[in-house]
Design a protein around this ligand. Structure first.
Ligand code: SF4
Ligand code: FES
Length: 255
């Protein structure tokens, strides 16, 4: 089987630490197999940098299967690159042409600090989840599968929201650096299910307040988040989050 190869020019953001100023550096990646993933292409570039005694490019990855949310960079202005519903680790070099020039930079937002090169601090997203707390479940033996009937369409909506991998591309895509798509996915997947209802109001208030406190921007219906989300999380979740939040705010003021 013959493999096609391409040669590309990379302009990659290099930044030694959060305190240093960053800049773009140019690299040439030659004879790159189009069967490689984007991260494998970066691995090849790093191997050469290491052999040349230079500092390899720092970037995050873990599963490389599109499920952990660790990878991510902006490629030619698009978080996770040009392919719809595809994480950077699942993007393949066959989507690029011989002679292309790619600008690669970290996800940028006021709440995301650049730690090194393409690596950002996503812990503000973890803090939003932590603010949501736990759900109440009675301990003991596993309940029967049909003990809590859930309509199929509700289960599917909850499952769709739960597909969010916490990558932060929605924040990077939004001109306001809003984390509303992420937060709404986390609020929705529990709020839709009966197990998540007891703390739904408390959870919506706490998570939205934490999101605001961490410096994420507001939603102005640009829909860039939805367009760039690798898991195709719908902005319908934002409407649901807003309903949950206003209901909870109203209840907390009249109580
Ligand atoms: S909503 Fe989409 S883009 Fe945002 S963190 Fe979740 S998976 Fe990533
Ligand atoms: S490395 Fe896990 S989603 Fe990309």
């Amino acid at each position: 089987m013959s493999t096609k190869t391409i040669s590309i020019t990379l302009k990659i953001w290099r930044q030694a630490s959060p305190k240093e100023k960053g800049h773009f550096e140019t690299y040439h990646a030659n004879h790159i197999s189009t069967d490689m993933s984007f991260l494998e292409m970066l691995d090849v570039v790093n191997e050469q940098l290491t052999l040349d005694g230079k500092e390899p490019i720092a970037f995050d990855s873990d599963c490389r299967e599109g499920i952990c949310g660790q990878c991510g960079a902006v490629v030619n202005g698009r978080p996770h690159g040009p392919e719809k519903a595809t994480t950077l680790c699942q993007l393949h070099m066959r989507h690029f042409k011989d002679g292309d020039t790619l600008a690669i930079e970290p996800f940028r937002a006021r709440a995301f600090k650049v730690l090194k090169d393409l690596v950002i601090d996503r812990s503000p997203l973890d803090k939003i989840i932590q603010a949501g707390g736990y759900i109440s479940v009675n301990t003991g033996g596993s309940p029967d599968a049909n003990a809590t009937p859930i309509p199929k369409d509700v289960a599917e909506k909850a499952m769709d929201a739960a597909a969010c991998i916490g990558c932060g591309a929605c924040v990077a895509a939004c001109p306001n650096a809003s984390a509303m798509l992420f937060t709404s996915a986390k609020i929705s997947h529990l709020a839709l299910l009966p197990q998540g209802r007891p703390e739904a109001a408390k959870r919506a208030l706490a998570m939205v307040r934490q999101m605001d406190a961490l410096g994420f921007g507001n939603c102005t219906n640009e829909r860039e988040c939805e367009a760039e989300c690798p898991k195709e999380i719908s902005i319908v979740n934002i409407a649901r989050m807003n309903r949950e939040f206003f209901k909870a705010s109203f209840a907390s003021t009249v109580m």
